[in-house]
Design a protein around this ligand. Structure first.
Ligand code: C5P
Length: 299
């Protein structure tokens, strides 16, 4: 029997590097970033239906409306590919949002991929990324997942070999920051060259361990200066023993990478005891991302 409903994980991401190179004439910023899928994930149940409606129920009240990127993604795919019928979606949120972990973008990418598969639609990678870019700057990355170099405003995705598996302590400062506000606060002096991103890409392509001292984020300095709650959470992670702490995307979420679970667990426990919202998770490879997708129909 052909499946009409599937469960799909929508993984979060971190930015191992995020180099903001400058402002573009269209108002967006030119980026070079190494993005990495992580095991923190939302879960979607996606069912294709005979009637024309697109409906979505979310277990977080603030997101339970038609402005949800998930609904936009389903409507976009049905219209662009001229697919008859509708979609019923249930979304269980686990990724803090907004937070710099790409939760909404990952949900949207999962919807595009799942509906295409349920309807037996084979979309080339370039078409998948083009559809993704219409929904948001981070969506094209999630159409691929694993480790990738992301450029332009986010629409150019170059897959990279998997990084060595790393444990991650994720901590969310108690503050909500809009992506537009962070980019808008940048001045000409804040922009960076691609040096750190280049070094990280070269190490990954060379099969070398990730150079943790080259992880960087151009937006971090601005956010730490303007939002003291983020600096306080960063200090808590450092005091708990994390050797490296970086911000993901436009924040405020922070991450600390570890090779050893024992070290990660110790930092996780002491940060959690300091009443900071914290997760212990790990990197997710491209193979794992692909393996978790629903199969194409066989009949
Ligand atoms: O594309 P998305 O909706 O995720 O972007 C949200 C906001 O973040 C944009 O309106 C813009 O202000 C800022 N942004 C940017 N440069 C990027 C990505 C996002 O300035 N490359």
């Amino acid at each position: 029997m052909t499946a009409t409903a599937v469960f799909v994980p929508a993984w979060a991401k971190i930015n191992l590097t995020l180099s903001v190179l400058g402002k573009r004439p269209d108002g967006y910023h030119a980026l070079a970033s190494v993005m990495q899928t992580i095991s923190l994930c939302d879960t979607l149940r996606i069912e294709t239906t005979a009637d024309e409606r697109v409906i979505c129920a979310v277990d977080v009240t603030e997101l339970d409306n038609d402005d949800n990127l998930v609904v936009k993604a389903a409507r976009l795919l049905l219209a662009e590919e001229q697919l008859a019928g509708g979609v019923a979606i249930e979304l269980h949120k686990a990724i803090p949002s907004p937070g710099g972990l790409g939760g909404g973008s990952s949900d949207a990418a999962a919807v595009l991929t799942a509906i295409a598969r349920l309807r037996g639609l084979v979309l080339p990678q370039s078409r998948r990324e083009e559809l993704g870019a219409q929904l948001g700057s981070d969506v094209p990355f999630f159409m691929h997942g694993g480790t990738a170099l992301v450029e332009g405003r986010g629409e150019f995705v170059t897959p990279l070999p998997d990084v060595e598996p790393l444990w991650l302590v994720i901590a969310r400062p108690p503050v909500s920051i809009s992506t537009a506000a962070v980019f808008g606060a940048l001045t000409g002096d804040d922009y960076s060259a691609t040096l750190d991103t280049d070094a990280v890409v070269a190490a990954i392509r060379g099969g070398k361990p990730l150079p943790l001292d080259r992880l960087s984020n151009t937006l971090e300095h601005t956010v730490l200066r303007r939002w003291p709650a983020v600096a306080a959470t960063r200090d808590a992670l450092l005091s708990a023993g994390a050797p490296i702490v970086r911000m993901s995307g436009s924040g405020p979420t922070l991450f600390a990478p570890f090779v050893s679970l024992k070290d990660a667990a110790q930092v996780y426990e002491s940060t959690r005891q300091a009443d900071i919202e914290t997760w212990l998770c790990h990197t997710v490879s491209h193979t794992q991302v692909v393996g978790a997708l629903p199969a194409f129909p066989t009949t």
